[in-house]
Structure formats: C-alpha cells, structure tokens
Design a protein around this ligand. Structure first.
Ligand SMILES: [Zn+2]
Length: 469
C-alpha cells in the first residue's frame, strides 16, 4: 500500500500505477499530507484475460483518495473511473466542463461495451460458472458521471488541505488540460505539472496548448518521442487523393476511425478538400452512435475550436440505426463511409469491410496507428485473403495508410514545450510512451542541459523536490 512505510513528515510523492513505459491506463497517485490525489484513471487496454484483473483492482487505498483530477475524456485516461466508483469512491472528479460532457458520453459507451462483452462471454461458455461480471455497468458509469465536477481553465482551486490545482489548456482534444499542483506541507512548498496528453500547436484545429507551468517535478507524456508528424499540407493532399481515387473508380472510401476526435477531424478535412476543389464532392456518412453524440457535444461548444469543426459536423450524415448502417455499402455510387472501430477489427466498420474488401473499386484509408495483430495492421500487410466474421475474403480493395492525423504533440512539440522549463532544472519523468520514445526525448533534453530525467517503472515512488524559497 502506498505511503505506509514513508516517514510522517516526508515530502509529497508521486507513483505511476499505469502508462509507465506503455501508452494505456494512465493512473498516477500523488500522496500528500492532506490526502491522496489520483491524476487520471484510464483503463488498461489489451487482451482481456491480462487486463481484467488489473482494471478491476487498484494498488492503492481507494478510501484514502481526497479527489480525482482528470485531464481529458479519452478512455485511456478516464475509462476506469467507474471501477473506482464501483469500489466505493464518492469524492469529486475535477475536470473541465467540456471534459465532463465528453466523459459522460465515453463512459456510458464503455459501460455498454463491457456489459455486451460479458453477456457474449456468458453465452459462449453456455452459461457455465463462474459467472462473468462486466468490469462495470451502465449504473456505475452513471454514478461516475454524477461525480464529475467542472472547473475552469486557469482558475486555481483547493482540491485537498494544502493542495491547489490549476488546469491549463493542453490543446490535445476539446476540454483537455494540463494539471498543475501546488502543495504546502510541514512548512515546505512543492509543485507538480502533469501534462496528460499534449496537443499539436501546428495542427490548427484546436487553440495551441498553453505554456507548461514550471514545477519541481514534471510528469510528461512521450507518445511520439523520436517521431515527427508529416506537414499538415501533405496529410490533406493524401486524403484528397484517396477521395479522388474512390470517385474516379466509382467505389466506396471506407475510413475506420475512433468516434471521439479522429472522426470529427477527418470530416473537417474532407469537407475542406471538397470546398477548396482539391477533392470531388462525395456524400459523407459517419456510421457511429458514439461519434454522433460526441459531435453533439462539439456543436454546443464552438468556442473550443480554432476552426468551425463543430459546424462541419452538420454537413454530413451521422448514421445511428443498424438498418441504415447495414445498407450503406450497398447504396449505388461513390461515397465516403467513416465508421467506428479505429483499428478496423471491431464496431460497425467490420461489417462495411466485409462488403467492400473484395472489390477493386473500393479503397480503405487507415487514419490512425495500427497496433500489431490488429485487422488494420493485417490490411496494411496486404495478404491475399483477410478473415472477417470467421470467413476468408479476397483482399482486392486498395489500402492506404494516411498518417498525420494524431492529436498528440510530436517529438519537436514536446521538446519545445519543455525547453522554457530547463533553466529551473525540474525533475522530468516520462510516461505514456514506449521506452524508446521516452529515451529519444530524454537524449535531446540532456543535450539541452536538463539533468534529472527518468522513465519511472510501475509502482516506483518518486518524491517531489521542495520548491526553492
Ligand atoms: Zn488523449
């Protein structure tokens, strides 16, 4: 258990319980004299047998938490909050109001998936014991939503005795925040900046991230360490070319995309290309109830964007019914179908792929990272046959990987954000990245004069250095 062997008057400490040397399950515990604070409570993604136990139990005392602070509504940052509530947490979950609205949508969707998965597993095992419980239920997610407590950007608030939190704009997704903590205990002051996920200043969809607040310890994401995004104009041209190819062949353009963020960004760039004459005008269908609900939240908050991305969503057809979804690939003529299931192996996109992969007229555009072993990764490897719904189908459609739509800071963006802090010589700890990515960032920062950089292991306790007087 955390803190049990630490001296009573020790400095506050940070322990990373998730997203340590990997990218899922962000969960960081700050132990202070005024109580423990949890920064994010993401779900650990991966094979269910391996993740179920880790998601359903916490390595710290839930009843010792004074508050939870949430950076943004991506499921790898908020998706395990209902488990925390299931285990008795009833305190506040501080986040921006936009994140609160989006997290409500995301958690309900996640709970529905958990319930469906456990029902399917029960049927598969022919109702034999032990009974497979969902990780959490819609009731748990609704109870969690009730604890979301909106805060304004740049408005400090007391979150525990002696602890003040300030949220600044991370520019990653609408509502996303960097969390800055100032802690006073036993006559000393301490500070911590947690980046959550950082956005891209050059992407132009959201306002640029705010400068990172200086702190004694900076806990920074490292997803794209060692990698650089292509220039946005290259990205836009590749998308326009895919639309032109589908139109000239009289086929469908199938785009698997996550329902929160990536889908709405692709819609924006498709419409932009069509408006500017870079791509022919084709009907656009977004086949995802989740994406539809996210777009509704976006439309209530046009002020959160640097472009009229919410307005764009009104110009395309959001499909929610299963009947209409099933009919989309059979409709005559060229069209663009953006469907849920970012990796291509889940959600409605699998049904569209089944009907389109074997026709040379069609084109499949992958617009996100494709994990090893995912269907998307298989498509990119271009096997002769692809297995969908248990049946091999010839792969004849063209497959393109359109990179550059990530909403994460790349290597240079992270370095640019951290560079102004180097003079203060903070401890910098990298999370939310593979070891090589964090290592690439650490190398550049050391070369720039930063001394204390490390990549923490899961469960490693890190003391916060006292701020200079
Ligand atoms: Zn994120």
């Amino acid at each position: 258990m955390e803190g049990s062997e630490r001296p009573v008057e020790a400095a506050p400490a940070l322990t990373c319980w998730g997203a340590a040397q990997t990218v899922t399950g962000s969960q960081h515990l700050v132990s202070t004299a005024g109580g423990s604070l949890l920064l994010d409570c993401g779900i650990i993604q991966g094979r269910r047998e391996e993740t179920d136990r880790r998601n359903s139990s916490f390595p710290f005392r839930v009843d010792h938490l004074a508050a939870v602070l949430l950076t943004h509504a991506h499921i790898d940052h908020c998706g395990n909050l209902p488990s925390l509530v299931r285990q008795g947490y009833r305190g506040p979950i501080y986040c921006t109001s936009m994140t609160a609205e989006l997290a409500a949508v995301m958690l309900a969707d996640s709970a529905k998936l958990q319930e469906e998965e456990s029902a399917q597993a029960i049927i598969r095992r022919r109702y034999s014991s032990p009974w497979i419980e969902p990780l959490y239920t819609l009731q748990d997610s609704a109870r969690t939503t009730g604890l979301l407590t909106p805060v304004e950007y740049d408005s400090p608030l007391t979150v525990a005795p002696g602890v003040t939190a300030r949220f600044t704009d991370a520019g990653h997704v609408p509502g996303s925040a960097v969390i800055h903590l100032q802690i006073e205990q036993y006559g000393h002051r301490y500070s911590l900046t947690y980046t959550g996920d950082l956005g891209r200043p050059g992407f132009g969809v959201l306002p640029a991230p705010a400068p990172l607040p200086a702190a004694g310890l900076v806990l920074c994401e490292s997803t794209y360490g060692g990698r650089r995004h292509p220039d946005p104009s290259t990205t836009e041209a590749a998308l326009a070319a895919a639309v032109a190819r589908a139109a000239s062949a009289g086929g469908k353009l199938i785009i698997p995309a996550f329902g929160f963020g990536r889908t709405q960004i692709i819609v924006h760039f498709l419409l932009k290309a069509m408006r500017e004459g870079a791509a022919p005008s084709l009907p656009i269908f977004v086949d995802s109830p989740l994406a539809s609900q996210v777009a509704a939240v976006f439309r209530r908050h046009p002020e959160a964007f640097a472009v009229d991305l919410p307005g764009d969503q009104a110009a395309v057809r959001y499909v929610t019914s299963m009947e209409e979804s099933a009919s989309l690939p059979d409709q005559p003529g060229s069209s663009i179908i953006i469907a849920a299931g970012g990796m291509g192996d889940g959600g409605r996109v699998a049904g569209h792929l089944m009907k389109t992969v074997s026709d040379t007229k069609n084109i499949i555009a992958l617009v996100s990272f494709q994990a090893p072993r995912s269907l998307g990764r298989q498509l990119l490897d271009r096997p002769e046959f692809i297995t969908l719904f248990g049946k091999d189908r010839p792969l004849r459609a063209e497959v393109r990987h359109l990179e550059g739509y990530s909403s994460h800071a790349d290597h240079d963006d992270v370095i640019a954000q951290l560079r102004p802090l180097i003079a203060g010589q903070p401890k910098v700890r990298f999370v939310h990245g593979e070891p090589t990515a964090a290592g690439a960032l650490a190398d550049d920062l050391r070369a720039a004069g930063l001394k204390d950089i490390a990549v923490p292991a899961v469960g490693e306790v890190m003391e916060l250095p006292a701020d200079p007087d």
